[in-house]
Design a protein around this ligand. Structure first.
Ligand code: C2E
Ligand code: MG
Ligand code: MG
Length: 742
């Protein structure tokens, strides 16, 4: 088939001025479709030096409609086709156009139809419907016209591409937003953001980093350093490291400049972005293999907004996670996290691990006495000591108020090693505090059940160690669990008894003046018979009541019942006796304690001076401002204060002098020592002397034998209480004791 030969000799009219192409700018792809070879070479000759929008041309050749179709299918980014209308058939060119637009769905490539025969001109509708750029007979096409036509076509291709890429980019950005917001983990988020940006910039094999500044990444000269949270291409191996470790001046310089400008840095083939502020500050850098156009830059700014929003979201989720799994005071894992770690280990079936629960003894007392701020500082000091005392393999957690959890290999969690960490006092808020830990342990090899069970067992062992106070640590054993279950059942019954006021009663033990031999007072002691008729000793139910704070309720009942009894005895004509009532530390910490005691005592019309509260030595031991204050208020009201079981604790003279006391009660164990006929200064004797020195009365409890009474009399002890004179008795048996001789 022959087109007009004129075209073959394209007139050089000097119209298409070659320009200097931009360095390494990709060429525009132009497909020449013609069944005549001369047309190809003439076209090449006419257009070879043409530069459009700074980019050269790259020619592809097809000699039939079929070849053209194949080229279109296999080569992306063909900007324009110079298409011969008449080839294999008269309408082969037009048929190809239809195929390109309809079948291949290619809408951006511009098409210039050329024909030698004007009679083959396509219908107007074809030109319109198939979006044909130009239609020229070959005779019309001088070199200038051809170039002009092609330039116009390529420019419109460029515009179409910009719009399409813009649309595609916007579409991608819109779709990316929820994807970015769905990320919880900063590493995964950074990776996603970086890849999306690379994709948007049109170079998925770009080199890039996403750096975050999270406090957990460590501080450098007071400033948190930038840490590579995600990386692509040449930087991929730097993930997880400090960005300064990357030996790439271009990258570091770009980040610095971007940091200084506080925003965005667009380079010809890369971008740097500053995202977020402060702790959440992050930086993204991408270097692409090809230059970026304006549109891409603008789109990258839009994506940057989505990334910044996603980053904020991740930071928020991170914070929520932190609060859910970490203790904000010590920044250590919390109980849920600790238990989860034990579970993970159990699932892996690893052997040779131990769980330890470490409690700071008297932590709540310290908190109450020295204030919460000091309490917090103390906990941080304990956390630091534990952190420093164990390698990273050992998981450390704060599991409740003054209790820490440790989880590590058996041989690393030796209780002796743990205790040794606390041999030296801690200086907290200018005060030197001795930390006395109690430790409960369970070995995973002996454990049954899940992490929560193991944790609970270690806690049971801890409670046991604390209540026995012989050793400062204990490993969990099965019988402890039985005991713990029994205690729980006991608490349940006791609560029931307290609610129904059933089975509870008071017995009274006389307190006798040694000199006159007269009963001067009574100590009210609680008795409990459960629904099954079993009598439970106070040594079993009082600790449970104290632990559960049920003692606050029970204590009120005891004081009121004792006052009521005193009034009844008064009315029955008994001499004005003193009534001693035991008070637990938990009652003292109750803010309503003083008010309750006043209401109770005055309510029964009792002179407050006839009531004496027995506090334990350990309560007097911790220097508790709150306790001292409560005691003062009680004393001002007129109530007496005695220290029970004196000598079994460790009160210092200094402590004792600060407390508003009336009486010391020598612990029964020192009274028992007296029967051995021991000579020299006994502890009982020292207590009597101490009492005299401090101007306090002294009473001895647990007196069972005549020689004990005699020894106490010789020492100058004023009163006694004990089986020797009478055990505690029910109220109705008490009056008979008043006539009994000592
Ligand atoms: P405590 O206050 O030191 O009471 C003295 C305990 O020694 C009583 O034990 C009493 O029965 C016992 N006892 C009395 N004379 C002798 C004796 O000659 N030899 C011996 N071996 N023991 C003697 P009980 O009644 O079993 O009470 C034990 C502890 O329970 C009390 O020790 C007290 O700390 C606590 N407790 C009892 N009732 C109450 C109460 O109403 N409130 C509080 N908070 N604690 C109470
Ligand atoms: Mg007592
Ligand atoms: Mg006692």
């Amino acid at each position: 088939m022959t087109d007009n030969d004129e075209f073959v000799d394209i007139v050089d009219d000097g119209g298409a001025t070659p320009a200097v192409p931009a360095a390494c700018a990709p060429a525009w792809r132009v497909l020449i479709v013609d069944d005549e070879r001369e047309v190809h070479s003439a076209t090449l000759f006419a257009l070879k030096d043409l530069i459009v929008s700074g980019r050269p041309l790259e020619f592809l050749h097809a000699y039939s409609a079929a070849e053209a179709r194949a080229a279109m299918e296999n080569t992306p980014g063909i900007a324009a086709i110079l298409l011969d209308v008449v080839m294999e058939r008269g309408d082969a060119g037009l048929e190809l156009v239809r195929c390109i637009r309809d079948e291949l769905g290619c809408v951006d490539t511009r098409i210039i139809l050329r024909t030698g025969q004007p009679g083959y001109a396509p219908e107007h509708e074809v030109i319109r419907d198939y979006d044909i750029n130009d239609y020229k007979t070959k005779s019309e096409l001088t070199r200038t016209r051809l170039a002009t036509s092609l330039i116009t076509a390529i420019r419109s291709y460029e515009q179409i591409r910009i719009v399409m890429e813009g649309e595609h980019g916007m579409d991608r950005i819109v779709r990316a937003a929820p994807e970015l917001l769905a990320q919880r983990d900063i590493g995964a988020f950074a990776d996603r953001a970086l890849r999306l940006m690379a994709e948007l910039l049109g170079d998925e094999s770009a080199d890039g980093v996403f750096c975050t500044r999270h406090p957990a990444n460590g501080q450098k000269n007071g400033e948190a350093s930038l840490h590579v949270a995600a990386a692509l291409g040449a930087f991929a191996s730097f993930r997880g490291r400090d960005v300064a470790a990357i030996d790439d001046p271009g990258l570091l310089e770009a980040l610095e400049r971007c940091g200084l400008s506080g925003g965005r840095l667009h380079e010809s083939n890369g971008i740097a972005l500053c995202l977020g502020t402060g702790e959440q500050k992050a930086m993204l850098y991408l270097r692409t293999g090809r230059p970026l156009n304006d549109l891409t830059r603008r789109l990258s700014d839009v994506l940057a907004v989505s990334i910044a929003a996603g980053l904020e979201n991740v930071a928020l989720l991170h914070k929520l996670d932190f609060y859910a799994y970490y203790d904000s005071l010590s920044r250590l894992p919390n109980r849920a996290n600790f238990v989860a770690k034990i579970d993970e280990c159990l699932e892996r079936g690893e052997q040779g691990w131990t769980v330890a629960v470490v409690e700071v003894d008297h932590f709540s007392d310290i908190n109450a006495a020295l204030g919460h701020q000091t309490g917090d500082l103390l906990l941080q000091a304990v956390a630091r000591r534990l952190c420093a005392g164990f390698p990273d393999t050992v998981v450390l957690a704060r599991v409740s108020g003054g209790t820490f959890g440790l989880f590590g290999p058996d041989d690393m969690l030796e209780p002796e090693h743990l205790l040794a960490l606390f041999e030296q006092p801690s200086v907290v808020d200018g005060q030197s505090l001795m930390i006395q830990p109690y430790i409960g342990l369970e070995r995973l090899s002996e454990a049954e059940g899940c992490g929560a069970d193991v944790f609970k067992n270690a806690y049971i062992a801890l409670s046991r160690a604390r209540s026995e106070r012989r050793e400062h640590w204990m490993y969990f054993t099965r019988d402890m669990q039985v005991a713990a279950r029994q205690r729980l059942a006991l608490l349940h019954d006791l609560r029931h008894a307290a609610d129904a006021k059933r089975g509870l009663s008071l017995h009274y033990q006389p307190q006798v003046d040694i000199a006159s031999g007269r009963v001067v007072g009574a100590e009210a002691l609680m008795r409990w018979r459960n629904d099954r008729g079993e009598s439970i000793p106070p040594s079993r139910f009082i600790p449970v009541a104290e632990y559960s704070r049920l003692i606050v309720e029970l204590g009120e009942w005891v004081l009121c019942s004792a006052c009521e009894q005193l009034r009844a005895w008064d009315r029955a004509g008994l001499p004005g006796l003193r009534m001693s009532v035991n008070v637990s530390p938990a009652q003292f910490r109750d803010p309503d304690f003083v008010g309750m005691a006043r209401r109770c005592i005055l309510g029964y019309g009792i002179d407050p001076g006839r009531i004496e509260l027995e506090i334990t030595e350990s309560m007097a031991l911790t220097d508790m401002e709150a306790v001292v204050d409560t005691l003062r208020r009680m004393r001002d009201f007129g109530v007496g204060i005695a220290v029970d079981d004196f000598g079994s604790g460790f009160s210092s003279l200094g402590h004792l002098q600060r407390l508003p006391l009336n009486r010391l009660k020598i612990d029964g164990s020192f009274v028992a020592d007296l029967s051995a006929g021991s000579s020299g200064a006994t502890i009982a004797e020292m207590i009597v002397r101490l009492g005299h020195m401090l101007g306090l009365s002294v009473i001895a409890e647990g007196v069972e034998a005549r020689e004990q009474l005699d020894a106490l009399r010789r020492m100058g002890c004023q009163e006694i209480q004990g089986f020797y004179f009478s055990p505690p008795v029910p109220a109705d048996e008490f009056p008979a004791l008043l006539g009994k001789a000592l």
